[in-house]
Structure formats: structure tokens, C-alpha cells
Design a protein around this ligand. Structure first.
Ligand code: PGA
Length: 261
């Protein structure tokens, strides 16, 4: 199923190398189709992807984008809303056309049906070509917390206490982290044509091991990637430290066939 790539070096070197590999995957798709559809992730993890892409001579002005998720309940324009984060860290960094980049719930319609509208917008765009993913300590991808159905679509979810604590670093107090969110479902994510999941640091090692090698289970929502035929998992040594088959992944990557280089 997945190509698991463990990047050597210091954490910063591994992040930069992972960013370049993810950017390679995105660049291939955009060169083939300049109006490709990217699935966009927020959080700290994907930042090296955006900086690697931004430094390439690649026209991204026709690229379309769909964010994975958004908080519910932040005042409009809040700097930590994912609308604001995507604008700051992705749209502005890459020179995307803001009119072509969507975040769940940003169309101003009722929240109860925001998921259905978002699904319709993704379908109208022809689906996502490459979905960039981080993974939370709880094993979430998007904001699909443990128990999320593998068939789920974009909908309202309640964040776990662990995720709210992890994201409190972006807010002035933990209480300010919203309890609810809109997130693409696992079923939505699995329909993207390719997935690129990145994870860095020891705190992610259990979630990565569960997602890549654990039982396929709604208790580890990231394990849904095992059902997808086109997944690349990019890790530093710390995030890979609990993988049983790490030596095999290194060997397979170092000896990948010439046509896969
Ligand atoms: P992080 O979040 O990139 O900020 O670690 C990842 C996630 O929660 O999916």
C-alpha cells in the first residue's frame, strides 16, 4: 500500500527533505494539469511542503484547493481560523488565486448543511488530486477523531480534549480553542487520487505506527490510509521510531527501481 520514507538527518533536515518530496509529488500533478486540485492541511507539519513548493519555478495560479477542516465558533477573521491560516500560509506563500481555494463552511451558508455543500464543491471540481495530511496524537487525519466512520463525509465533529490541548499553543488560552469543527470525512479523504502524509517528532510515533502498521480501525482514524492505493508517508526518525518494519521501508526506498526515482 504505502511508500514509507524515513528521512535521515537532524529534525530540520528531515523536515526539509520531506517537504521537497511532497513538493515533487505536487509539482508532477500541476505540470500535468495546471488547474490541479490540492487537498490542503493546516498545522505545523505541512509548512515545509509549502516553503519547498514556493521556491520552485512553477505556475500555481490556476491550482484549486480544498482545506481539510475548519473550527466552528471563532469570530470571523480570527487569525487562527483555518480560513486565515490557509490564506496566510498557503495562498499567500504559493501565490494561489484566493477565489479558487475553499475551506469548509466559508461559503456563508448554514452550518448544518455546510458539509453537503463542501462535498458538492469538491465533486464539481472533479475531486482532489493530491491530499496533504498531517496526523494528530489521537491518530486523527483532518479532524476525524477516534470513532470516525471510514465512510464519513464532511460534517461537524467534536474535538477531543487531547487535540484541543495540542492546539492551545495557537491561542492565548486553552479555553479559547473551539470544541467543534467541520472536517472532511475519512470517506472524503480516501477519494483523493493520492495521499501524502507527513509526521515529525516523537509525539507522533504511536499515531504513525497505528496508522501505518496497526489494525485498520476507527479507533485510529489515520489507519484508513491502509485502504488507499496511492499513499506516501514522509517521516523523520523520531516519528518512525515505533515502526516494526522500519528497516524494510528504508531498504525499499534506498533500492527503489530507477523508474520510481
Ligand atoms: P500538527 O497537527 O501538524 O500541528 O502537528 C497535525 C494534526 O493535528 O493533524
Amino acid at each position: 500500500m504505502a511508500e514509507v520514507v524515513i528521512l535521515p538527518g537532524t529534525p530540520d533536515e528531515a523536515k526539509a527533505a520531506a517537504g521537497e518530496l511532497a513538493a515533487d509529488a505536487i509539482e508532477r500533478v500541476v505540470r500535468a494539469r495546471p488547474d490541479a486540485v490540492l487537498g490542503l492541511a493546516t498545522g505545523s507539519t505541512p509548512l515545509p511542503v509549502w516553503s519547498a513548493l514556493a521556491s520552485r519555478p512553477l505556475d500555481l495560479s490556476r491550482v484549486r484547493g480544498f482545506a481539510l477542516d475548519e473550527y466552528i465558533g471563532l469570530p470571523s477573521g480570527h487569525p487562527e481560523s483555518y480560513r486565515a491560516v490557509i490564506t496566510r500560509e498557503v495562498v499567500d506563500t504559493l501565490g494561489l488565486d484566493p477565489a479558487l481555494v475553499h475551506v469548509p463552511g466559508d461559503d456563508g451558508g448554514p452550518i448544518e448543511t455546510a458539509g453537503e455543500r463542501y462535498e458538492a464543491a469538491i465533486a464539481a471540481a472533479g475531486g482532489v488530486d493530491v491530499q496533504v495530511l498531517g496526523i494528530g496524537r489521537t491518530g486523527h487525519i483532518g479532524f476525524n477523531e477516534p470513532g470516525s466512520s471510514f465512510a464519513s463525509r464532511t460534517r461537524v465533529k467534536t474535538l477531543t480534549a487531547a487535540t484541543r490541548a495540542d492546539n492551545a499553543r495557537f491561542f492565548s488560552s486553552p479555553d479559547e480553542v473551539p470544541r467543534h469543527c467541520l472536517t472532511q470525512g475519512l470517506g472524503t479523504i480516501l477519494e483523493a487520487r493520492a495521499l501524502v502524509l507527513l509526521a515529525f517528532g516523537e509525539a507522533k510515533a504511536d499515531a504513525v505506527a497505528g496508522a501505518v502498521e496497526g489494525p485498520v480501525s476507527a479507533s485510529v482514524p489515520g489507519s484508513a490510509i491502509q485502504l488507499h492505493p496511492e499513499v506516501t508517508v514522509l517521516l523523520d526518525e523520531a516519528a518512525a521510531s515505533k515502526l516494526r518494519f522500519a528497516d524494510y521501508y528504508r531498504d525499499a526506498w534506498d533500492n527503489r527501481p530507477d523508474w520510481a526515482r
